[in-house]
Write a protein that binds this ligand. Structure first.
Ligand SMILES: [Mg+2]
Length: 264
């Protein structure tokens, strides 16, 4: 059975990774050893990455930490903001598309957040870092501790996020439910540890996988998806709907082991 599993993952042409919690710790920089592991993988396979945060965040968290040669970078495909944007390397990172929300849609979403938080008498954390409600162009994201908590506090920021999640997940899910009621034509997702993403309807990891099929011309059978939230309610769960072969990991250490197995 073990060898069968191994064969069925090493035979795939394209490996798709979630970003936060899978290739990196949440909102934390890519580590040098993961970059090296990716290099070995990129020498053999195409690699795509899908994550919820915006391209700017990816530049500092992921792209600038890659030690990869330009030659190998042509095998790497980036799908920030849950694949509502796509970047590929061709003498520098080039935007292929970005589907932005209209000004009206963005305003509706921000107003809904304000109304819901007011209705439930939401008490924000004592300190927040950066924007709590952020416009990412293709999506609006609420982050309880603010967008920049990890950028400013480093590991302490990651710890604060985990603590907030532990205490406040029922509250977060309540906000998600109320937001969804107010915005029936949008998609509201509990994402990451402390965030809630609002996008146009149908934007999730399944959408991401379909965009990858469409733009990279690789069929689902030739893909493998690796993510840390493949459980029901997790933000990778939707990927399973596409029938893609999925491997659940607990974090970057496990991801590295999977890469090792694929590279052989
Ligand atoms: Mg994740």
């Amino acid at each position: 059975m073990a060898t069968l599993t191994k064969k069925s993952i090493t035979g795939k042409r394209l490996i798709v990774f979630d970003l936060d919690g899978t290739l990196t710790e949440t909102k934390s920089n890519l580590k040098a050893d993961m970059s090296k592991a990716l290099d070995r993988l990129l020498a053999k396979k195409k690699v795509a990455v899908i994550g919820g945060s915006g391209y700017k965040q990816w530049q500092s968290q992921f792209i600038s930490e890659l030690g990869t040669s330009p030659q190998l970078l042509s095998n790497l495909f980036l799908f920030p903001t849950t694949a509502t944007s796509f970047y590929r390397y061709n003498k520098g990172w080039k935007k292929i598309y970005a589907y932005k929300l209209s000004i009206k849609e963005r305003q509706q979403i921000k107003n809904a957040f304000r109304a819901v938080l007011r209705d439930i008498r939401y008490v924000p954390p004592k300190r927040t870092y950066g924007k709590v409600i952020e416009n990412r162009g293709t999506q609006i994201t609420f982050s309880a501790l603010g967008q920049d908590v990890v950028a400013r506090l480093g590991e302490k920021g990651v710890r604060l996020k985990k603590e907030w999640t532990k205490k406040n997940t029922p509250l977060k899910l309540k906000i998600v439910r109320l937001m969804q009621q107010r915005l029936p034509r949008m998609e509201v997702h509990a994402a990451g540890f402390t965030s809630i993403d609002v996008t146009r309807k149908g934007i999730d990891k399944a959408y991401g996988i379909r965009q990858i099929v469409r733009y990279l011309h690789v069929p689902i059978e030739d893909m493998l998806f690796v993510g840390d939230a493949l459980f029901p309610g997790g933000n990778d769960y939707a990927a399973r709907r596409t029938g893609v072969r999925c491997i659940a990991v607990k974090g970057p250490a496990e991801t590295k082991r999977i890469i090792k197995e694929i590279v052989g």
